[in-house]
Design a protein around this ligand. Structure first.
Ligand code: AMP
Length: 613
């Protein structure tokens, strides 16, 4: 591959990062200067003004904890007043400060860095690793993000790539990327689950793979659940035990805390192969009288499992709902693949195997699969090959705030991207000439409970009695999962559009105020028209299902296969009909994805039968 065509795949992880390229048709991980496949995602700033990255930064973390940034990915694209930032603040040794746009900054030696900047330093290091190996410059990259990342987090990651001097061809989801690597070794039709638990985030995706088409059926996750939280449980156990014995709170001192963190993670990792391990921290603490204290404890695997049971259970709950959204039962999957360092924990493997009712697959390397898949996707995009097609979904619903502080969804979660949807709204106040549209991402019916992505101000509306002005709002989500919005006054054709950015100018307080004062600004849904539009869509699918129903019933009667799909089809038809009868728009809109999926499953059952015949 020539210099111009080189594209790297980078897994920018919370704990570790990995870079990969495709050589002679196969993806391979590029080892770093220490010969390791992964590089710690750690950046340090020394007192002399040097920047250290990776292993070098990790090595000096103990003595320079306040200026060593680890797990920066947990902060990327987050707002200052998010609960995650508040939670992190309690135990991070480095200082967080509020940025000008309600964003989070990291302060080291008096300089403020955005989490995206920290990410860019790690990405630049991964670029350098690749360049050293290849012997020439690298311009293009595909970078992976957790599937459950929202728009702000994706946008910030893309910015990090740009700051690192890379042209980011695509942002792809980590589990989808791992599935691409897995798909290399399979040509038959498969349905798989990818369970991805890393240092800071959890994702699960259900995919169908066939003839080079990788279709994500559903995805969900938690961008604040990973190895860091498991470490935290062990640290708390050590801290509370020590406080009980000595009446000393070890959390007061940054360096002590850092030693505890390193010991906790090491113990956890040891317990993946051993049943018990010693945690030995001599001279851990010196009190005001000069008395020194040591810490020596035995941690058993059983105790670790008890300390972290609820975290594992949370991941399983997410698996359950993701599978439900895919309209599948565990036994309908062909494989369950594990990605992310945390999946080496035996209890996690056991819980995943227990839930899916099958042994987990070890066909992909949990540390490397994501980067390998990204390189494969990069090569596909670069060569414009059409034999691999990635159909991913958006993990969060997307909508706007409407009158009363409610949330109107325009794009449902698990909709295939790229996609675009329009909806017509109207004014709620007589002679209203301005409207501010708040763009939100999330699942709550209350606007304020969802993530605020940005705002669009549409000015110069035709002055008219309320309800008469029609405004068409169009949402688009790109293949990267990035959102853009436009709003158009249908009378004047006046249009405003935004690429929603990570640093929206509104704070939560301002948003709260807007919700309270929304009478001046808000829009109302043109319910009747919209209802008719959605009803037509639903009725089309209902008709398709009804047409296939007798044939599917016949097939199902003669086999054990498809019973469940049939039952679900009856349920969803009933639910949709009820929402039409009751003219319940919200219920109708929420039934549509299941209806579409049923349609697809029915077609598959019929096709499957035809192939067998
Ligand atoms: P990743 O983000 O995929 O690099 O995963 C990093 C996380 O995996 C960190 O929290 C590590 O502590 C954890 N990890 C790595 N190896 C193991 C292991 N053998 N057992 C348990 N956890 C591990």
């Amino acid at each position: 591959m020539s210099q111009e065509e080189t594209v790297v795949g980078i897994d920018l992880g919370t704990t570790n990062s990995c870079v990969s390229i495709v050589e002679t048709g196969r993806p391979r991980v590029i080892p770093n200067r220490e010969g390791k496949a992964t590089t710690p995602s750690i950046v340090a700033f020394t007192p002399k003004g040097r920047r250290l990255v990776g292993q070098l930064a990790k090595r000096q973390a103990l003595v320079n904890a306040e200026n060593t940034v680890f797990a920066g990915k947990r902060l990327i694209g987050r707002r200052w007043d998010s609960k995650e930032r508040e939670q992190l603040q309690q135990y991070l040794p480095y200082k967080l400060i509020q940025g000008a746009h309600d964003d989070v900054r990291i302060e080291c030696h008096g300089e403020a860095y955005s989490p995206a900047e920290i990410g860019s330093i790690v990405l630049a290091e991964m670029k350098a690793v690749a360049e050293e190996y290849l012997g020439h410059g690298v311009q293009y990259a595909v970078i992976t993000v957790p599937a459950y990342f929202n728009d702000a987090q994706r946008q910030a990651t893309k910015d990090a790539g740009r700051m690192a001097g890379l042209e980011v061809l695509r942002i792809i989801n980590e589990p989808t990327s791992a599935a691409l690597a897995y798909g290399l070794n399979h040509s038959d039709q498969r349905r798989i689950a990818v369970y991805d638990l890393g240092g800071g985030t959890f994702d699960v995706s259900i995919l169908e793979i066939q003839d080079g088409v990788f279709e994500v059926l559903s995805t969900a996750g938690d961008t604040f659940l990973g190895g860091e939280d498991f470490d935290q449980r062990v640290i708390e156990w050590l801290v509370f035990g020590f406080a009980k014995d000595h009446k000393i709170d070890l959390r007061q001192d940054v360096m002590t805390y850092q030693r505890l963190k390193e010991a906790a993670e090491k113990a956890r990792i040891d317990l993946s192969s051993d049943l018990e391990t010693e945690i030995n921290l001599p001279f851990l603490f010196t009190d005001a009288n000069g008395e020194t204290y040591h810490l020596q404890k035995t941690l058993t695997r059983e105790k670790l499992e008890a300390l972290t049971e609820d975290l594992i259970e949370r991941t399983i709950e997410i698996c359950r709902s993701t599978l439900e959204h895919a309209y599948l039962k565990p036994q309908e999957l062909n494989d369950v693949i594990l990605v992310g360092g945390m999946t080496r924990m035996p209890k996690i493997q056991e819980a995943v195997a227990g839930f899916f009712g099958r042994s987990v697959s070890h066909q992909v390397n949990p540390d490397e699969a994501v980067a390998l898949g990204a390189a494969l996707q990069g090569a596909t995009l670069m060569s414009e090959r059409s034999d691999v097609l990635l159909l991913d979904v958006t993990p969060h619903s997307l909508g706007i705030m409407i009158a009363g502080g409610f949330y109107q969804v325009l794009i449902e979660k698990n909709t295939t991207v790229p996609c675009s949807r329009s909806h017509i709204f109207t004014t709620v106040k007589d002679y209203q000439t301005q409207v501010k549209i708040l763009v939100l991402q999330g699942e709550s019916s209350q606007a304020e409970d969802n993530e605020l992505l940005g705002e669009v101000l549409l000015d110069g509306l035709t002055p008219a009695p309320r309800g008469e002005v029609e405004i068409e709002v169009t949402f688009s989500i790109s293949a990267d999962g990035l959102v853009s919005v436009s709003a158009r006054d249908l009378e004047t054709s006046q249009e405003q559009s935004i690429q929603v950015t990570a640093t929206s100018n509104l704070t939560e307080e301002e948003m709260q105020r807007m919700i309270e004062e929304n009478i001046d600004f808000a829009l109302a849904s043109k319910t009747n028209e919209e209802f008719d539009r959605q009803r037509q869509l639903a009725e089309l699918d209902m008709q398709r299902i009804s047409d296939l129903l007798p044939e599917v019933e016949g097939i199902v009667a003669n086999s054990a296969f498809g019973q469940d799909a049939l039952q679900k089809a009856h349920d969803i038809l009933e639910r949709t009909q009820a929402s039409i009868d009751e003219e319940n728009l919200a219920e109708l809109v929420s039934a549509l994805p299941a209806l579409q999926r049923t349609c697809k499953i029915f077609r598959q059952i019929v096709e499957h039968q035809q192939k067998r015949a």
